[in-house]
Design a binder for this molecule. Structure first.
Ligand code: ADP
Length: 398
């Protein structure tokens, strides 16, 4: 089947009723295609019947989102490019320039007559999301929101994504997938973000435990809270238990003074030892101080894999800058490479706030032109808003 050039046809303006079908059985990918703007799309329904090469296909986007679409060949499109409407892109949670995979979906029958009913989520194995849920979810963090972590992401694929999604790979070889991973590095390097992205991208249930919060709760309840969290994770597997600031829960037992800490470390050890690898739960611990964690927790079968989330280099900073300015209107004089060179030592969180500061400075500059007594802002002022090189220079200095 030749699928060099296609147009995907979302049924326009009907997106409110469109379904996102998860956990579909997939065939082999036909082709990876890059998304371009919707230019060239013809009205779907009009075309049906006029094109013999209309192919029901499944398009896979990010975060395991999938959509069934009709693909249509269009000779005016370049090789390996696919057009799709904004609704379709939103449903697939992809943006212009992203790559999607297109699969044949030959089991789809030709529809002669179609009746539409309100959505009812009663079909087993099929998850129907409403538009609001999709919108809420769309803001979810994915791997491409994390910059400067290519090496770590490749390792995450092997250590977390594969075991959670395909436990059979490990079972068949007779090895146990890792149970615990320790993310370590200075604050603001994206450890929490990474855990959220893994959960979104794998579709796993995420349970976040904040170390200091857990310890400050009612005395005597810390252990049972921890136990409940692990039970909840097992019930909802595949899941990820993310323990932020693990060092506050599990400090070295010989150094910790409190009984509570000692009991909590033992409880965590017991819970991790009791976890069966086939239960499909992975524990990710994050810390700024890996050396202050109880050694017993870092042994085989516990947090035995370690991943450093370090301070990004210039290339990493540029990636992070690109991510945080993606939706910003930038003036032509902004040179992000130069900004990356001038922000040595900054971590992801610093770069995120630098971008916000630069944008706020632009608003500050425009304030004198805004009539604060009016409800509306002049269209010409809105049109002139763009974050400039000077705004970035100001943000770097302050
Ligand atoms: P940590 O858990 O390591 O302290 P977080 O994940 O909480 O750091 O990061 C805080 C914020 O900083 C994030 O919400 C994000 O906006 C930004 N950030 C941090 N690291 C990165 C990164 N590598 N890429 C993009 N943004 C980042």
């Amino acid at each position: 089947m030749n699928v060099d050039e296609f147009i995907s046809l979302g049924v326009q303006n009907e997106a409110k009723g469109s379904l996102l079908v998860k956990r579909f059985v997939l065939g082999d990918a036909l082709e990876s295609m890059r998304i371009v703007d919707k230019h060239g799309i013809r009205a779907a329904l009009k075309c049906v019947g006029h094109f013999y090469n209309l192919i029901p296909s499944e398009v896979k986007g990010k975060k395991r989102s999938e959509a069934l679409l009709l693909l249509l060949q269009d000779d005016s499109q370049p090789d390996n490019y696919i057009c799709m409407t904004k609704d379709t892109r939103d449903n697939l949670r992809v943006r212009l320039g992203d790559t999607v995979k297109v699969y044949p979906c030959e089991s789809v029958k030709l529809i002669q007559e179609l009746a539409m009913f309100p959505i009812q989520d009663t079909i087993e194995g099929i998850q129907v999301l409403t538009r609001e849920e999709v919108d809420k979810d769309f803001g979810g963090i994915g791997y491409d929101d994390i910059g400067g972590c290519r090496k770590q992401l490749a390792q995450i694929m092997e250590l977390v994504q594969l075991p959670l999604r395909f436990p059979a790979l490990y079972e068949n070889l007779g090895v146990k997938p890792p149970k615990g991973i320790l993310l370590y590095g200075p604050p603001g390097t994206g450890k929490t973000m990474l855990a959220r992205a893994i959960a979104n991208e794998t579709g796993a249930f995420l349970l976040v435990i904040n170390g200091p919060e857990l310890m400050s709760k009612m005395q005597g309840e810390t252990e049972s809270n921890l136990r409940n969290a692990f039970e909840e994770a097992e019930k909802n597997a595949p899941s990820i238990v993310f323990i932020d600031e693990l060092d506050s829960i599990a400090p070295k037992r010989d150094k910790s003074h409190g009984e509570v800490e000692k009991r909590t470390v033992s409880q965590l050890l017991t819970l991790m030892d009791g976890m069966k690898s086939r239960n499909n739960v992975i524990v990710i611990g994050a810390t700024n101080r890996p050396n202050s964690i109880d050694q017993a927790l870092r042994r085989f079968g516990r947090f035995d894999r370690e991943l450093e989330m370090g301070v990004p280099d210039k290339v990493g900073r540029l990636e992070i800058l690109n991510i945080h300015t993606k939706n910003m209107r930038l003036a032509n004089d902004v040179d992000l490479e130069k900004v990356a060179s001038e922000t040595h030592g900054c971590v992801g969180a610093d770069i995120a706030s630098l971008c916000t500061d630069a944008a706020l400075q632009q608003i500050r500059e425009k304030l004198p032109q805004i009539d604060l007594d009016s409800d509306k802002i002049d269209a010409s002022v809105l049109a002139s808003l763009e974050v400039t090189k000077d705004n970035f220079d100001w943000a770097i200095k302050n």
